[in-house]
Write a protein that binds this ligand. Structure first.
Ligand SMILES: [Zn+2]
Length: 475
């Protein structure tokens, strides 16, 4: 897949940005917000400029000048006098300019090629990061469609020759580094693993492996799965390393979709459809909802049955690949990247970076190669050999149980309601007299005040008047 940006462009940009940071650091006074770092992330589809600010900034939305230049203002921020211009010559950003407009107000101008959409937002402070302003730039829609179609044509040509498409998804990236422990940064580690695994598939003409990202940038979780679905992938593997505060926990894990995760997704899809679909007044929404949900559940159960077998075959190979790295087996979890109804999907955790022994193995080149080969062998086994057809019975059982529970709960509620109504019918009536209060009435009738309030659907603040009627709950 072609990437419209050369490495050279990125390099020039990072050089310019280093320059930018130095000048910022020199020019800022102690009071007010100060820009402490500027980073740039870029995927083929979008780019982000991230500005770290020492104090929470106020940022205006992006506006446009007559000549097409975009800009936004940072309030409570100081820059030096004059205007600083940084030519970036990038497919997303041609030039970035910073200028102190008035006391405490800095304006950031940028020129983007025609069609590039730009947005800014402020990310709040997190445990590991301070305030950040993000300029988010999106590839023009027409260009995006053109590029995706070219990818699809290539994949369809391969599919016609019975080549299997495997999508490898290195987790995290860019602003999201994943876990960082014992010399391993997850986003980089899984990128290396993704490339190693891809190399095994690329040597085998029966397969075509595609990476969801091939650089250091973040992709939203749904997008990772969409990339694979768009290409009609035969298998999808998300690649991760794990972390646990209990440092003794170690080992490889291979996950596939859990019943709880799947049912959540089914309900989300049904709700989404109800919001969009025009029922045309023919079928009642409730009937339709039931039918739609049943269809979704069936499709999920069929894919899950495949995902389980993919997970088992990959785990079998991985567990035997490195003697020093134990396997914790196949597990289930409701990870967002595993929700696809179109292709078998698994998530591989290559071990715990928080465990010293695991971390040592993970860093070993031979171990990495053996693990990459094991993943390839597991997927190959799954895609080229027969698998069991059928549905994931534990999911169907889960659905049956949770629906039976729902019905039981509804019945209980209805029964409780009926009981309350009946007892109200037979309840004694009490007419409020002069000098009465709610607590006096409760005491007179030998019942707790709370019970009296609840039975009459009133609060303790309720004001009673002489002549009002209250219901007295049966003892
Ligand atoms: Zn991860």
């Amino acid at each position: 897949m072609g990437k419209p940006v050369t490495k050279r462009n990125t390099l020039i940009l990072s050089l310019l940005i280093s320059l930018f940071i130095c000048q910022f650091s020199l020019s800022f006074a102690a009071e007010g917000g100060r820009i402490t770092d500027i980073r740039f992330w870029q995927s083929p589809e979008e780019a982000q400029v991230v500005l770290d600010i020492s104090e929470t900034p106020r940022v205006s939305p992006v506006s446009q000048l007559k000549d097409g230049t975009l800009y936004f203002d940072i309030e409570n921020c100081i820059f030096r006098p004059g205007r600083q211009r940084y030519p970036l010559q990038n497919p997303f950003l041609e030039v970035l300019t910073v200028q102190q407009m008035s006391e405490g107000k800095v304006r950031v101008f940028f020129r983007a090629p025609i069609g590039v959409e730009a947005k800014t937002f402020v990310l709040p402070v997190t445990a590991s990061k301070g305030d950040r302003i993000v300029i988010f730039l999106k590839e023009p829609q027409a260009q995006l469609i053109k590029r995706r179609n070219a990818e699809l044509n290539e994949v369809n040509r391969l599919k016609a020759e019975n080549v299997k498409i495997v999508v490898l998804d290195p987790g995290h990236g860019g602003e999201d580094p994943g876990t960082r422990n014992n010399g391993i940064i997850e986003k980089n580690y899984v990128m290396t693993m993704g490339k190693l695994i891809k190399a095994y598939f690329d040597r085998d003409p029966r397969f075509k492996a595609v990476l969801t990202r091939d650089g250091d940038y973040i992709i939203p979780l749904e997008r990772r799965r969409e990339i694979a679905e768009h290409l009609g992938a035969d298998a999808f593997l998300s690649l991760h390393v794990n972390y646990n505060s209990r440092k003794a926990i170690r080992g490889i894990e291979v996950y596939f979709e859990s019943p709880r995760g799947a049912v959540g997704e089914a309900e989300r899809l049904v709700a989404e459809m109800e919001n969009q679909v025009d029922f045309g007044g023919v079928t009642t929404p409730t009937n339709n909802t039931q039918v739609v949900k049943r269809e979704i559940v069936e499709r999920q159960a069929a894919i899950m049955n495949k995902s389980r077998q993919l997970a088992e075959r990959v785990e079998l190979q991985l567990g035997a690949s490195v003697v020093e790295l134990p396997s914790r087996g196949v597990k289930r979890a409701g990870f967002k990247v595993l929700h696809s109804m179109a292709m078998p999907s698994i998530l591989v955790e290559f071990g715990y970076t928080s465990n010293l022994a695991d971390a040592e193995v993970l860093k070993n080149y031979n171990a990495r190669t053996r693990m990459a080969q094991a993943v390839y062998l597991g997927v190959r086994d799954f895609l080229l050999n027969p698998i069991e057809e059928g549905l994931d019975t534990s999911y169907l059982e889960f659905i049956r149980t949770s629906e039976a529970n729902k019905i039981a709960v509804a019945k209980q509620r209805a029964a409780a309601q009926a009981k309350k109504t009946a007892s109200k019918k037979n309840a004694e009536k009490y007419k409020v007299k002069s000098g009465d209060s709610l607590s006096k009435i409760a005491a007179k009738n030998k019942i707790p005040l709370a019970r009296l309030l609840n039975f009459n659907n009133i609060s303790s603040k309720h004001v009673i008047k002489v002549g009002d009627t209250l219901l007295i709950p049966p003892k």
